[in-house]
Design a protein around this ligand. Structure first.
Ligand SMILES: Nc1ncnc2c1ncn2[C@@H]1O[C@H](COP(=O)(O)OP(=O)(O)OP(=O)(O)O)[C@@H](O)[C@H]1O
Ligand SMILES: [Mg+2]
Length: 262
């Protein structure tokens, strides 16, 4: 049975997609079987795999059409043990259709319960909202990772997130846990980053991952040329940070075996 991890944040551009792709790759190169699902109509995950064309079949069918099996919707990263389903929720019509068809929020959960049992981890990239897609992700998930940038609005966006998290937990998924808050795009040369980061640890203790994702040019370069930072440069600071995050997740929640990558 897989552990399902949703990347959620109402705020845009905080590193959800980057973190979902790179944590997925870190688990995969470490020997785990991983499925990554893009639930964001922006469809950013495909750029990280260097796919230029929008997918014809993908998350839209996964959520609305049980007659199309998951195995016909997923793609594979070459030789990496990582499968992914791309987002093709690219029109308003699709979004309206989704709202009508998946109003009960459990569509994704049901698909994963039935068809994703062979994976160790299922990672869900969410749009920056609390709409039906983000809520489907949180309903299907065991854990939420909340990426946050070290900026003054971080705490405000955290409070807004916690509000919808608790509501969803009460109504749809009482077992949902916050795996951790992930500080992203950290620049230690900036006093404001150091200050906000320190405040986060002082206020929220170990709810914040001890792994911090640095602002690193190789992370942006990798996604610009359609790769994860781990396949782009495994020894870079950025790749090391995501591999460390994978190990921290395994340690925190007692997943075995340990990551094969040292
Ligand atoms: N650690 C990092 N260092 C440098 N650049 C980064 C880092 N993390 C993300 N980026 C860049 O920042 C931009 C936003 O990241 P990303 O797309 O992952 O955010 P997001 O939260 O998924 O955004 P959205 O809410 O729009 O889906 C991207 O161009 C990405 O390449
Ligand atoms: Mg994104």
């Amino acid at each position: 049975m897989p552990s399902t991890i949703a990347f959620s944040s109402q705020k845009g551009g905080v590193g959800k997609t980057t973190s979902a792709v790179n944590l997925a790759m870190a688990f995969a190169v470490g020997g785990y079987r991983v499925l990554l699902i893009d639930l964001d109509p922006q469809g950013s995950v495909r750029y990280s795999f260097g796919i230029k064309e929008a997918a014809e079949r993908g998350t839209h069918q996964l959520l609305t059409d049980p007659s199309v099996p998951l195995r016909d919707l997923r793609m594979s990263a070459d030789g990496q043990g990582l499968d992914y389903v791309l987002s093709n929720i690219d029109t308003l019509k699709h979004e309206r259709e989704l709202a009508e068809k998946i109003g009960d929020l459990t569509s994704l959960k049901r698909r994963l319960d039935e068809e994703a049992q062979d994976y160790d981890f299922v990672l869900l990239d969410s749009p920056p909202s609390t709409g039906i897609l983000a809520l489907n992700a949180m309903t299907a998930a065991d854990y939420v990772i909340l990426p946050l940038q070290c900026e003054s609005l971080a705490i405000k966006s955290l409070k807004r997130f916690l509000h919808s998290f608790r509501e969803l937990q009460m109504t749809h998924n009482p077992d949902l846990r916050i795996a951790g808050i992930l500080m992203t795009m950290y620049n230690r040369r900036l006093a404001v980053h150091r200050k906000i980061c320190r405040q986060m640890y002082e206020t929220l203790f170990d709810s914040v991952f001890s792994t911090i994702i640095p602002q690193a040019k190789e992370i942006a370069e990798a996604s610009a040329i359609g790769q994860s930072v781990i396949t782009y440069n495994v020894n870079s600071i950025g790749a090391t940070a995501y591999i460390r995050l994978a190990k921290e997740m395994l340690d925190r929640f007692g997943f075995r075996p340990e990551l094969a990558v040292k």
